[in-house]
Structures are given as structure tokens and as C-alpha cells.
Write a protein that binds this ligand. Structure first.
Ligand code: ADP
Length: 296
């Protein structure tokens, strides 16, 4: 099934234009929606999940008109929000069972099988009788996936999943997401570039409420080949460099500044060519360096 988002805009009552004419066609598989904080990702995720209405635009998922037929959306949706309410005193097993009832799995035997298989799948079987309040961040996120998978969703939305997870938990969470399967649409909304590069065949970069770039991360990165340069600079020179060159990013490296530049030809004799990475694509896109055409 395909998710078709057409010309979706949203301005909040306080005047913030969170989404500006967003159009995206998303096919089965893992899709990464990448953007900095405040880009509009959560607004878009809530809109796709039929939790809030846009001012303009349409969203279709297969035959479902998402903005009109909210009940139909709920039946096919698995949603893992940034933060979801957990009852700290309830055990993982009991809460999952309760959620399965809420989602309409009323047959006791079927529900038992479902809950047990989800607990195994998310590696929470051993802690199923522990209270949710005692769970680590990674365990909570895996529980979030377990609850999102109840009822065989066809559309799974995961909002900022790995923020706050340690590297081991993140790795486990990535593995779990990658097992969900190719026959459902999974949208992973994140500001963490590695989440997308690790998992997604397809991605969009969103910034200031607008889609800035869409495509296969591998292809997009390939288009930058030969155009990314690295040089070591003094901290005091950064401002000058930024005013004369397309600085993609800069970071401290052994006390000195390592600067990555975007340029069709060698920007300075001290610079050396480097292989482009998704992070270069991301920063160049949100800084409008003209990766996909002319600089604006
Ligand atoms: P992201 O998920 O990418 O961080 P959000 O969708 O949460 O972005 O926010 C996009 C913009 O809309 C931000 O400027 C944010 O402050 C604003 N915003 C989000 N929710 C609301 C709201 N309920 N009322 C007013 N402004 C909001």
C-alpha cells in the first residue's frame, strides 16, 4: 500500500507554520523522515496518524482517506509516539494484554498468543512480569514497538525513537525495526542521521515545515561524490571560511577544527577530497548549499 501526502499545510493558532505544502509518496518499507528539532516532523506524524487535522491538503493510504475516515486509519495504524503514557505500576504483560483488548483482540486464546509472541519479538519476555516503571529507556522503546505491532498494522509510525538510548539499546532497537518487514509502510521520524542511514532505503529531509529533499539515501549521497572536501582550520578562521565557502559542518578534532566544505572544485589548496556521507547531505540540505541544484 502507498501513503500519498499531497499539499499538506498547517499553521498553529500561535502563528507557527509547522507544515508548508508538504507532498510525499511513501511506499512499503522503511522510510526515514529526517529533520532538526522544530522541523515539523511530529506535526506531520500526528496528521498522518489522524490525531490532528491539517489546514489544507489530502492524505490517502491505499483506499483510505486518512483525514475523513479516522476509524479506518486507526485499524491499520501502529503508532509509537515520542512519549507515550505508561502506567508505572502495571507489568509489561498485563499492559500489553490490556492494549490488545482495546485494539479489539477479544478472543482470550488468540490474545495470549499474540502478547507472548510480541514479548518474545521485542526481547521483553524475561521482564514481562516487571513493572513498566522499572524499565530502562531502551526497554520502554521496545515495549512501544510491541504495542504498536498489535493488530498487524499496515502503517507504522515511529516518532524520534532512539533519542536518549545508549548505543547498545539503539542497536537492538534498530534490529527490531528492521525485522518489521517489507510489506508495511514504516515511517521513522528522527533528527538522528545515523538512524536513517542504518535503516532506510528511502528518505526525505524536512526543514522549517518544508520537504527539502527526497530519495534513496545511497543515490543522494552518490550525487555528492567529488564535491565534499575536508580541511583543518583554526577556530578563529571559521567565520571567514563560512563567509567565503559552503561550509557543510565543522567539528573539533584533537583540539583543532575539522571543516567539511561543499564545492564542485577544490575550494582551497589545504583541502582534500573526502567520501560524502549522509550527514553531509543532511547539513548541506538544511543549510541550502544547493546539493540538488543551484544554491538559493
Ligand atoms: P519536530 O517534531 O520536527 O521537532 P514539531 O512538529 O514538533 O517539529 O514542531 C514544528 C513547529 O511547530 C515548531 O516550531 C513547534 O514549536 C511548533 N508547534 C508544535 N506543536 C505546536 C502546538 N501544539 N502549538 C503551537 N506550536 C506548535
Amino acid at each position: 500500500m502507498e501513503l500519498k501526502i499531497e499539499h499538506v499545510s498547517k499553521t498553529y493558532p500561535n502563528g507557527v507554520r509547522a507544515l508548508n505544502n508538504v507532498s510525499l509518496h511513501i511506499k512499503n518499507g522503511m522510510f526515514g523522515l529526517l529533520g532538526p528539532n522544530g522541523a515539523g516532523k511530529s506535526t506531520l506524524m500526528r496528521t498522518i496518524s489522524a490525531l490532528q487535522d491539517p489546514d489544507e491538503g489530502s492524505i490517502r493510504f491505499g483506499d483510505i482517506d486518512v483525514l475523513k475516515d479516522k476509524q479506518a486509519v486507526r485499524e491499520v495504524l501502529g503508532y509509537l509516539p515520542q512519549e507515550f503514557g505508561l502506567y508505572p505500576k502495571v507489568t509489561a504483560l498485563d499492559f500489553l494484554d490490556h492494549l490488545a483488548v482495546m485494539k479489539g483482540v477479544t478472543n482470550g486464546k488468540e490474545r495470549k498468543g499474540l502478547v507472548e509472541s510480541l514479548l518474545h519479538q521485542t526481547n521483553l519476555w524475561d521482564v514481562r512480569k516487571k513493572r513498566l516503571g522499572s524499565f530502562s529507556g531502551g526497554m520502554k522503546q521496545r515495549f512501544g514497538i510491541a504495542q504498536a505491532l498489535i493488530g498487524n498494522p499496515k502503517l507504522i509510525i515511529v516518532d524520534e525513537p532512539t533519542a536518549g538510548l545508549d548505543p547498545t539499546e539503539r542497536y537492538r532497537f534498530h534490529n527490531l525495526l528492521s525485522e518489521i518487514g517489507e510489506n508495511v509502510v514504516v515511517i521513522l521520524s528522527t533528527h538522528i542521521v545515523d538512524d536513517v542511514s542504518d535503516l532506510c532505503h528511502s528518505m526525505a529531509i524536512i526543514h522549517e515545515g518544508e520537504v527539502r529533499l527526497v530519495g534513496d539515501p545511497l543515490d543522494l549521497v552518490k550525487q555528492m561524490e567529488g564535491r565534499v572536501w575536508r580541511m583543518i582550520s583554526e577556530k578563529s578562521e571559521l567565520e571567514l571560511l563560512e563567509s567565503t565557502h559552503n561550509v557543510i559542518s565543522s567539528r573539533l578534532y584533537m583540539g583543532r577544527l575539522q571543516v567539511r566544505l561543499f564545492s564542485d572544485s577544490q575550494p582551497s589548496t589545504e583541502s582534500e577530497p573526502v567520501a560524502p556521507e549522509i550527514e553531509d547531505l543532511y547539513f548541506s540540505t538544511i543549510n541550502d548549499l544547493g546539493v540538488n541544484g543551484e544554491k538559493e
